[in-house]
Design a protein around this ligand. Sequence first.
Ligand code: AMP
Length: 587
Amino acid sequence: MNHDIPLILTIVVGLGLAFVLGTIAHRLKAPPLVGYLIAGVLIGPHTPGFVADQDLANQLAELGVILLMFGVGLHFSLKDLLSVKGIAIPGAVVQMAIATALGLGLALWLGWSVEAGFVFGLALSVASTVVLLKALQERRIVDTERGRIAVGWLIVEDLAMVLALVIIPAIGGVIATHGGEEVIGDALVAEPGQSVWVALGLTALKVAGFVAFMLIVGRRVIPWILHYIAHTGSRELFRLAVLAIALGVALGAAQLFDVSLALGAFFAGMILAESALAHRAAEESLPLRDAFAVLFFVSVGMLFDPSTLIENPLPVLGVLFIILFGKSLAAFAIVVLFRYPVGTALVISASLAQIGEFSFILAELGVGLGMLPEEGRDLILAGAILSIVLNPLVFWGVDRLKPRLERQRIFAGAGGAQAETGQLPPQPTPAEREKADDAAIVRASTMTGHTVLVGHGRVGSIVGDALRKAQVPLLVIEDVDRVATDLHNHGVEVLHGNAAAPAVIKAANLGAAHRLIVAIPNAFEASTIVQAGRAANHGLSIVARAHSDAEVEHLRSHGADIVIMAEREVAKGILAEVLPAPAAREV
Ligand code: AMP
């Protein structure tokens, strides 16, 4: 076969190798993304063997960023965004300033120029969207107060980056327009002072223009398109419309308004989220997102030259220190100063203790303009890859640190004062909200003789309510954060997580349970849960939900005693309405 197929090769080899190495990483109890990064290093230009197309990989990674931000936008409302502006704006600005200063210090120590130090510091100050969102999603905290602050913080950083990409060339004083062409070179500087302000003003206008356009035009046109497509009755067209809108708005934002692709996608998601119908459909089209997020990590790995670690160990350590400790300590101090609870401050610091795609863009720009030495770019790359690999470890450390810090007297007041100054008295204090967030984390149950109900949606909620009325001791396992927290607040014993995950199902103490009810629609996951239940307890009574005869068979073969086929029960319900009772019962 002699076709020229670099795109297919990049996708297939990237995803395939990431899958294999991710699985190996998982087996070794490391986060899968370590495997994805190593896959990238292996197919990158710095290791022997197959070399994938870096340009294509970067573009595919960018698609991942767009889809991820679109997904986040779907979960965000303008209200959410504005509700965290009080902390997100000063937080991000001060933290970026501190990190930039630290980076500048390191650069001067390395003997670079002040401009180089400025670009270098700025690159170390911005966190990666993908890494942050993945960490929040894995820990299921996107929808919590801390998650919202972290995302708000990220949006501010993103906006700051949009500005930085304008300021840097201007500060370097090296870009001038000559005969319609952009010419880069020292000799062509006209009035750098003026051009900085003009460029900044123009950028601010463009960002404002984009936001206004989305709020005025987008808000009307997008729902109108979706309603129109919904009337065609084609689900395929509807999903396609959602995807086309997400990608189209992102690209339009970047091309017409010079806003980043990610920010454009975020706004597209936020506007779609205003209609309940669109929201659901949009979520269905998101599986694509995960595949492209994997390609993001692969593309980062490809940039990495492992020899930097050996040739430049001290500067690499310095960079890592700034990313892991400098940035986190700054973020921690700011959040605590704003009197948020320690737990919130820790999660935000941990989410920001990494750098990624924005830093690469800045580094490339800096090197391209001759402001940053090549060594600077290599250091930024090394810092990125190491901080991404270490990020799960940072979260682990933060979990260990939290109880200790909470016992310290200086943090005891944090969280309380916020409520006193707030204008809305019925709202819970940050400390109370944090407690509710924590409740959703898996803790092993000590119940015995209980009924375990998996899933609290349309089916499970009816079953659960009736069982509670009948005073049956009940433990619910639910995947969705909001549902789990809500149940917990209503005094129901609940485990938050995917019941198909071994750690979660183990925490349900099935060995001592009386009954297991699996009320979720996905038969693959349901069979895993049924099987785990049967293995834990031979005498357990297991009832499961199915949607086809094949699923009934599948669940029975994995150990379910009774399987209820949903569609059959619906049919029975319909017949009970339309036929005389004896005939309906014959079904
Ligand atoms: P419904 O189809 O409306 O009955 O909703 C099913 C419910 O089960 C939803 O609330 C899901 O969040 C939840 N769910 C689905 N799969 C799992 C799982 N593997 N573990 C825990 N909860 C789940």
